[in-house]
Ligand binder design. Structure first.
Ligand code: NDP
Length: 288
């Protein structure tokens, strides 16, 4: 049996259409959600991500502004800008594109973003809320993966989900969200022994490693749902995932392609978080 390749573009299109309608309804009540994206330095990949985020905002009617700062920007200058954005009533979400130049402390910068405007869900308060299962902002990549699984009607309760990767932005929150869906969750990382032995038990396998095509047929259980978060370059410089799609195609039941699924879904969740933050601000008055 050949795996179903999940049509990420179609999923993303329909969710963005829903968001657009929500934004239009908010416009009737006089609110427009607003996102500020801050980019420090000239990292080419970061510049592309920022452009894509601004474009996606425009597509659904979210106001966006991009603050491009030179690489020599001091930490204080960046904190001052964030302080202003925290108070700006037309801005409901603030995203500081990572990585930041080495002379700026990322933790201090993330901590300075208002908890209510932290649409990336990197602030320790939002991370804490996620751990204890309190409703609030959810991190974009892992919540995008859950959205894909829901829309594809993949059952999660009681299933064995294996996450490869334990980073703060993908692996750990991914495992927590799968746990909230009542899956039995195993987390693997670079010190895991016999990786294939564990991943082969997964009904749902999420790869968030950052190593081109490292997940092969021997890592995948027959019929498993495979979600590929990885964004890497192969030996020809072509964008590819952590999973060797051609190799697992006859083994997996369903698989996400790279590019075209988890990446655009991540941006879609950013839009969703911005709309949710704007609704919260409307409900409780503006936050700082
Ligand atoms: P990190 O480098 O922060 O984390 C990678 C994780 O993989 C670590 O936990 C590491 O283990 C683990 N790992 C490394 N090598 C192995 C191995 N041989 N076997 C098992 N585990 C291993 O990466 P991120 O979590 O930030 O990103 C992961 C991938 O997802 C990247 O390709 C990134 O580009 C992509 N990404 C895609 C996004 C999207 O929107 N599609 C968003 C964010 C990331 P250890 O902790 O022991 O070092």
């Amino acid at each position: 049996m050949t795996a179903q390749i999940i049509n990420g573009k179609e999923l993303v299109r329909s969710i963005r259409e829903e968001i657009k309608q929500e934004v239009q309804e908010m416009a009737h009540e006089g609110t427009q959600p607003g996102l500020a994206v801050v980019l420090v330095g000239e990292d080419p990949a970061s510049s592309v991500y920022v452009r894509n985020k601004a474009k996606a905002c425009e597509e659904v009617g979210i106001y966006s502004e991009v603050h491009k700062l030179p690489a020599e920007t001091t930490e204080l200058e960046l904190l001052t800008l964030i302080g202003q954005l925290n108070k700006d009533e037309k801005i409901h979400g603030i995203l500081v594109q990572l990585p930041l130049p080495k002379h700026i402390d990322e933790d201090i910068v993330i901590d300075s973003i208002s908890v209510h405007k932290d649409v990336d869900c990197f602030h320790p308060v939002n991370v804490g809320n996620l751990v204890i299962g309190k409703p609030g902002m959810l991190p974009c990549t892992p919540s995008g993966v859950i959205e894909i699984l829901h829309r594809m009607e993949v059952p999660l309760a009681g299933k064995h989900a294996v996450v490869i990767g334990r980073s703060n932005i993908v692996g750990k929150p991914m495992a927590l969200l799968l746990l909230q869906e009542h899956a039995t969750v195993t987390i693997c990382h670079s010190r895991t022994k016999d990786l294939a032995e564990i991943t082969k038990q997964a009904d749902v396998l999420v790869a968030a490693v950052g190593r081109a095509k490292m997940i092969k047929r021997e890592h995948v259980k027959e019929g498993a749902v495979v979600i590929d978060v990885g964004m890497n370059r192969d030996e020809h410089g072509k964008l590819c995932g952590d999973v060797d799609l051609d190799d697992v195609l006859e083994t997996a039941g369903m698989i996400t392609p790279v590019p075209g699924c988890v990446g655009p879904m991540t941006i879609t969740m950013l839009l969703k978080n911005t709309v949710a933050a704007a609704k919260q601000a409307g409900a409780y008055g503006s936050h700082s």
